[in-house]
Write a protein that binds this ligand. Structure first.
Ligand code: SF4
Ligand code: SF4
Length: 204
């Protein structure tokens, strides 16, 4: 696999869509601010082993632009290598993440899986807030010192507000990306979304 070519194509594509899109951090800022406010009140994830990132509760499905920004982050962090590909493939195989469509139809199945970027225990997520899927940023504890599941929730209204704020530009960019790359999904689990992008960006 030609990682240099994939990295260059990823960054080029991000540059191409930049003119039509508020930057990655700004589009996540209301979610990040809300998380920070909760943290200031002691509602953080420090006491938790990360239930929401494991197969118990995680079924995150990023859009094309979220997946591309995540890949761009990994490229910039110099984490796009064979080790990452192996980890994504292992994750795909462990949770049958490629079997996410009903055979012969375009009906998508939401899969539960432990995120490939989850480091168990207090280490938690290895992705920066500016590059995380929106749904990850919106899922927060509702009280301090959470240890067990059931004390956290998704801030759905804030997610909707964020979606509304950037709907037009993100829809335009997602349509452009699906056409440009030839992807057939609107959203997909993290491992398959990244593997698809990596594969396609290695060909172009
Ligand atoms: S959001 Fe809740 S379940 Fe997820 S890591 Fe934080 S405390 Fe744990
Ligand atoms: S990207 Fe981070 S926060 Fe989101 S599911 Fe993966 S480990 Fe959890």
């Amino acid at each position: 696999m030609n990682f240099e070519k994939i990295s260059a194509n990823t960054l080029n594509l991000l540059t191409k869509v930049k003119n039509n899109l508020e930057n990655s951090r700004n589009r996540r800022q209301i979610l990040i601010d809300s998380m920070a406010k909760k943290e200031n009140k002691g509602m953080d994830c420090k006491s938790c082993i990360g239930h929401c990132c494991t197969f118990e509760h995680n079924s995150m499905m990023p859009t094309a632009i979220e997946a591309l920004e995540l890949l761009g982050y990994l490229v910039k962090e110099k984490r796009l290598d064979q080790e990452l590909i192996n980890s994504l493939n292992n994750n795909k195989n462990s949770y049958r993440l490629d079997k996410d469509y009903v055979h012969g139809t375009n009906k998508q199945i939401r899969k539960f899986y432990t995120c490939p970027f989850f480091n168990s225990g207090s280490l938690g997520c290895s992705i920066s807030r500016g590059a995380k899927p929106y749904g990850c940023l919106a899922f927060n504890p509702n009280e301090a010192l959470v240890k067990k599941p059931g004390h956290c929730s998704s801030q759905k209204r804030l997610l909707e507000k964020r979606d509304q704020l950037f709907f037009e530009q993100e829809e335009q960019v997602n349509n452009y990306l699906t056409k440009e790359l030839g992807i057939f999904w609107q959203k997909r689990n993290i491992s398959m979304a990244l593997l698809d992008l990596i594969n396609l960006l290695g060909k172009n």
